[in-house]
Design a protein around this ligand. Structure first.
Ligand SMILES: Nc1ncnc2c1ncn2[C@@H]1O[C@H](COP(=O)(O)OP(=O)(O)OP(=O)(O)O)[C@@H](O)[C@H]1O
Length: 342
């Protein structure tokens, strides 16, 4: 698989009068062409800051303090050349957004213009990003609505005449208007009920299969990602604590935080089970602890945890699982096996 978006050593801080909030700390994350990567963690763990920092959508007091974000989409690259989103000029960046990397924002369905018909909003998106003549843009708008499963007779509806699920589908259609190769979806179904949520997720998978874009899917709900994502990255206090295939995370979750998350949400299809949640609350990001940030909430913490280097390392002893990485010193090879999690 070839990487289409490579986030390397990305750090983002919010400069506040009370000190820097270190919302993203030295994160490496790769999205391959056509792949769904799920980014998961509790509220405040830095998921949105990571995505918006990587695409330069953050405003001061946010500041990117380190990193590269390399984009390698087919249309803009030649001879293996990748473009760094963090150093390109505003004209280049503008050409990338929508066309190459589109974003479905958190609560996007409330961002539709209430006084414009759905058709006109889709038309605007198709016209401005693809520079299509009006007639072709109208056809494109209708095709986009077909793609996301909204009947054509809804084209003339105003946003308030559509259900929440339909409005969210319209936003997804808008994101797809310019045939992007990467779509970032930030909690796209969180505000919807479970049945609508499931329909939309199925639709997203179908669209991805048909159109071939890659997805970075952000959610606090790890069980949802188990069904949707190819790979999963688990984030806590601005850091990635574990990455692996959805299969590996489901079967062999390594980090105690990942285990806690798995026990915090009911699965969409699986059997009923008791949910425990994770006791305690996330740390103050203005004053990060040395070592693993999860130590104060971790039932398995040992001394090594307070001084561990938080780089991700492969899990020991699982042949063929080279892509399963964690920062937990209890399960990574450098530390003795005595503390292996039960
Ligand atoms: N403008 C800001 N100024 C200071 N701190 C901020 C600002 N915006 C976000 N933060 C802090 O940055 C951290 C990461 O926030 P972020 O919204 O990226 O997390 P998240 O995982 O996406 O959460 P959610 O799921 O609630 O959106 C949080 O501690 C948050 O309080």
């Amino acid at each position: 698989m070839s990487p289409i978006l490579e986030i390397q050593d990305l750090s983002v801080a919010y400069r506040t009068p009370g000190g820097d909030v270190r919302a993203v700390e030295h994160v490496d994350l790769t999205l391959n062409a056509g792949e769904v990567v799920g980014l998961c963690g509790e509220s405040g763990s830095g998921k949105s800051t990571l995505a918006y920092g990587a695409t330069r959508l953050l405003r001061p007091p946010a500041l990117v303090t380190s990193g590269k974000v390399l984009y390698g989409g087919r249309r803009i690259t030649s001879g293996g050349h990748q473009a760094d989103l963090l150093t390109m000029n505003h004209r280049e960046l503008k050409a990338m957004r929508w066309r190459e990397i589109a974003i479905v924002f958190q609560s996007a369905m409330n961002a539709l213009n209430p006084v414009l018909r759905v058709q006109d909003q889709l038309l605007d998106a198709a016209q401005s990003h693809l520079r299509l003549p009006r007639g072709e843009a109208r056809d494109k708008a209708a095709t986009l609505l077909d793609l996301v499963g909204i009947p054509r007779d809804r084209l003339r509806a105003y946003p308030h005449e559509l259900s929440g699920g339909m409005r969210q589908r319209v936003m997804i259609a808008m994101a797809l208007a310019a045939d992007p190769e990467v779509v970032i979806m930030d909690e796209p179904t969180t505000a919807l009920d479970v049945v609508v949520q499931r329909d939309i997720l199925a639709q997203i998978v179908e669209l991805k299969e048909t159109l071939g874009f890659a997805i970075l899917f952000i959610t606090h709900d790890l069980s949802l990602l188990l069904e949707l994502a190819d790979r999963i990255a688990v984030m806590y206090a601005g850091r990635l604590l574990e990455t692996g295939t959805a299969h590996a995370i489901m079967r062999e979750p390594a980090h105690p935080y990942t285990r806690g998350l798995l026990n915090s949400f009911p699965s969409l299809h699986g059997p009923r089970r008791d949910l425990a949640g994770i006791p305690g609350s996330p740390p103050d990001l203005r004053d990060p602890l040395p070592g693993c940030p999860f130590v104060p909430r971790c039932a398995h913490a040992i001394d090594a945890c307070t001084s561990v280097d938080m780089s991700l390392a492969p899990l020991p002893g699982i042949p063929g699982m080279v892509s399963h990485l964690t920062a937990c010193p209890i399960v990574t090879p450098e530390v003795s096996q005595e503390g292996v999690l039960s």
